[in-house]
Design a protein. Structure first.
Length: 104
């Protein structure tokens, strides 16, 4: 083998190595892209499930708060309706507040 053949052989080996590196990089990029896609899908699925769970908890809490409010309001209305109206006491209080004296 002469020098030119040796140099050509080394250039061929370098080209093959370069090709292998390029193919390895393509494969690595493909695998990374595939894993990113899988990870994104997993994340989206998990995010959606957790969002729905939190939304359901929120709706339940709001419904419970509304029910508690309605129950308290109903109890208050019943207490107020059960109280007798004291017209004379109200009139006496208003007269005292407005005119500073008590009606006798």
């Amino acid at each position: 083998m002469d020098e030119q053949d040796v140099l050509q052989h080394l250039l061929d080996i370098e080209n093959q190595a370069s090709y292998l590196v390029q193919e390895a990089q393509k494969e690595a990029d493909r695998r990374i892209a595939e894993q990113e896609k899988i990870s994104r899908e997993t994340y989206e699925k998990s995010y959606k499930a957790k969002s729905q769970e939190f939304e359901q908890q929120y709706q339940n809490t709001v419904a419970q708060a509304k029910k508690n409010y309605a129950d308290l309001l109903q109890t208050y209305k019943q207490e107020i309706e059960g109280q007798p109206v004291q017209y004379q006491a109200f009139n006496d209080l208003m007269h005292q507040l407005l005119f500073g004296g008590k009606i006798e």
